[in-house]
Write a protein that binds this ligand. Structure first.
Ligand code: GUN
Length: 295
């Protein structure tokens, strides 16, 4: 069993990005600049945003963090998005989700200029992804593709079974892995909450991507020997007495499943760190005006 070390891979990619940024600036180019908007005080969102800002610093990007209280009006938030859209120095903008209930995530996402939508959430960018046109690939799918590529995992002709059909992970990953590219050329099965006899599918998987948000859901008796497992789950499970009071738990029961795997991502330290790197990569692509068709 080979552990897919997302933390280490993310560090390697960050070092590559830092060299790229250094060269751009040395040659008189502009420093990449990511803006992030955080609304309210959700603990997980604060942690994610802090990691994103820290990663920017590490690779030599400029970053601007805008904090709004949870009571901010939708209009005020939209005005800030428009202001950033019009700021030529800013290459990428993310608005951390979820947003408070009185604000429409759809409206906010659709207000971000597609050219600055480094999260790849704008409908225009999602449509381009589906049509295999150059666009920003959202962070988690991009991170997963990078891990498959960096670990040289064979994908052509493999049966990839995806658990979860979310707009952020399951759906885009199903598109990317069915493309005629590397990583890609998989036969893809997308399973969801209405799938009957789920184990029938998971047992067939050469590559299993678990993105359903149910801690420890995948057990050893659900997979075949030699499977590649990519665990996208990041649920906070209460752990009284520990420093933080919780553990981050994946969708795969790691100790149970790992002995049967050829490759597996741990949680934490698997897909998670790669998502931040993907965001940085997209910001650099935005600056260079060089979007992705093939990974
Ligand atoms: N909330 C959870 N994941 C993400 C992400 O990738 N981007 C944004 N903007 N919010 C998130």
């Amino acid at each position: 069993m080979i552990l897919i070390d997302g933390k280490q891979t993310a560090e390697i990619i960050k070092a590559e990005l830092a060299v790229e940024v250094e060269n751009i600036v040395k040659n008189g180019g502009k420093q990449p600049h990511l803006a992030a908007i955080l609304v309210g005080n959700d603990g997980a969102s604060e942690t994610y945003i802090a990691s994103k800002v820290k990663a920017c610093k590490k690779v030599g990007f400029k970053s601007t963090l805008i904090n709004f209280p949870a009571t901010v009006s939708e209009n005020e938030l939209l005005q800030k998005v428009i202001e950033i859209n019009n700021n030529a120095d800013i290459d990428g903008l993310i608005v951390q989700l979820p947003l408070p209930k009185h604000i429409s995530e759809k409206k906010v996402t659709e207000t971000i200029l597609p050219e600055k939508d480094v999260d790849g959430f704008h409908p225009l960018n999602v449509g381009k992804l589906a049509l295999n046109l150059p666009t920003f690939i959202s962070a988690t799918p991009y991170g997963i593709m990078q891990l498959l590529e960096r670990y040289k995992i064979e994908t052509a002709g493999k049966h990839c079974v995806i658990l979860g059909r979310s707009n952020i992970v399951g759906s885009p990953v199903s598109i990317l892995l069915s493309r005629n590219t590397y990583p890609g050329n998989c036969t893809v099965t997308l399973c969801h909450s209405r799938t009957k006899n789920l184990e029938y599918y998971t047992k067939q998987a050469d590559i299993l991507i678990a993105a359903l948000g149910k801690p420890d859901f995948v057990k050893a008796n659900m997979v075949k020997d030699g499977v590649v497992v990519i665990d996208v789950g990041i649920t906070r499970v209460s752990a009284p007495g520990t420093e933080k009071g919780y553990h981050i738990t994946g969708d795969v029961d790691f100790d149970d499943v790992a002995p049967k795997c050829s490759y597996i991502t741990p949680v934490p330290g698997g897909v998670g760190p790669m998502t931040i790197v993907a965001l940085l990569k997209n910001t650099l692509l935005s600056l260079n005006n060089n979007l992705i068709t093939n990974l």
